[in-house]
Design a protein around this ligand. Structure first.
Ligand code: HEC
Ligand code: HEC
Length: 325
């Protein structure tokens, strides 16, 4: 195993410097702005990375502090990337406790001393700088399917975060990582991954749904493994400190899923949370773990594409009660 990791490190390290320019070359065929000066390019990169990390890929959701007195636990401003959120058995079925780590550029307690290749390896292969396999709650199996240009954008954005000194406690797992079969079959290279054209709404929606890891909260589990045969049919229960909530069935079954919804209703699940009034209230037991204030920042078109993709899923009959008595 050691050897494989070492080989991957070498491959990743060898390709780190030319990443930026190599990627520009690649995008030339698909993006008209490829001819831009590097400076404008890097601004675009950071903007795309910020959009993904804040509103799609959940980085800043999981890796910041939340205010759970409010609806859907919005981020405490100024804590972007500092880590420390605790994930345990009750909340998300972790066999033990893991903590979101500090991903700010602080050199001692964050990832300030990591190379880009090491960051990319953690994001897409789930291997920390010291060689440890990361617990798959960190959705690297999803990021492993993202286009390299998007991963590079996220890395560029991480470099712009304010360094925060915050020593995160070490994880305590009751099972050795190797005994966890998920995630399966990670690609050793993400070079061939592409962003589907926006014009192909369903394929693009599938890409965004994967990037947002909707599956991870909305797929039932059997003995700690996702029941992929019933993907997106909901039913995972999350026991937070002040509330307990079960995820919804997102398949197009008309009685128990989103079959009776339309695009407008779907947008309405997210869009209101762009405004503080929508979440700035004490939610008590009727709260949710779904990061609505983060996802609300997705563009209408991106949300619509996710809806278009969800509609193509096989309908699964699975009645779920969000707030069981
Ligand atoms: C669902 C929550 C969640 C999301 C979403 C998430 N992470 Fe993580 N991340 C974690 C947890 C938990 C760990 C620690 C895992 C462990 O200790 O095994 C982690 C670990 C990491 C590490 C390794 C740090 C170290 O010190 O080893 C990096 C880097 C990282 N995440 C970056 C990101 C980025 C960038 C994104 C978005 C593209 C992201 N994470 C999305 C929860 C998340
Ligand atoms: C951290 C876990 C989590 C993630 C990630 C998550 N959800 Fe949810 N979702 C929930 C829970 C729990 C509920 C039930 C409570 C509620 O309505 O918020 C829910 C409810 C919903 C509902 C309401 C359905 C209904 O019947 O009322 C929709 C729609 C939805 N999620 C879509 C999504 C989409 C699309 C994504 C990815 C972009 C996503 N969710 C990601 C946990 C999550």
């Amino acid at each position: 195993m050691r050897k494989i990791y070492a080989a991957m490190l070498v491959i990743a390290a060898a390709s780190t410097l030319p990443f930026f320019f190599a990627c520009n070359n690649e995008t030339k065929t698909t993006e008209p702005e490829a001819a831009m000066k590097p400076n404008e390019d890097s601004i675009k990169r950071v903007e795309r990375g910020a959009y993904l990390a804040m509103h799609v890929t959940g980085c800043i959701d999981c890796h910041s502090q939340h205010d759970w007195t409010k609806y859907s636990g919005p981020m405490v401003p100024g804590t972007e990337g500092k880590g420390g959120e605790k994930y345990d058995q009750k909340l998300v079925g972790v066999p033990g406790v893991v903590y979101a780590r500090n991903i700010t550029p602080d050199p001692e307690t964050g990832i300030g001393s990591w190379s880009d290749a090491e960051i990319i390896r953690a994001l897409t292969q789930g291997i920390s700088k010291n060689g440890d396999t990361l617990f798959p709650l960190m959705p690297y199996a999803h990021f492993n399917q993202m286009a390299k240009e998007d991963i590079l954008s996220i890395v560029a954005y991480l470099h712009t975060l304010k360094p925060i000194k915050n020593e995160v406690p070490k994880r305590q797992l009751m099972l050795p990582m190797m005994s966890l079969a998920y995630p399966p079959n990670l690609k050793s290279s993400i070079d061939s991954n592409v962003i589907p054209p926006v014009s192909n709404q369903v394929a693009y929606g599938a890409y965004m749904t994967n990037a947002a890891a909707c599956l991870d909260c909305h797929t039932p589990m059997i003995k700690g493994q996702f029941d992929f045969a019933h993907a997106f049919s909901g039913g995972l229960t999350f026991q937070a400190e002040t509330f307990t909530v079960t995820s919804a069935n997102l398949t197009p079954d008309s009685a128990t899923g989103l079959g009776s919804w339309n695009e407008e209703r779907f947008l309405n699940k997210f869009v209101p949370y762009r405004k503080e009034e929508a979440y700035n209230h004490v939610a008590g037991k009727q709260n949710t773990i779904m990061p609505l204030t983060f996802y609300a920042g997705m563009t209408d078109d991106d949300l619509k594409s996710i809806y278009a993709f969800l509609k193509t899923l096989p309908p699964t009959k699975h009645a779920v009660e969000k707030y069981p008595k």
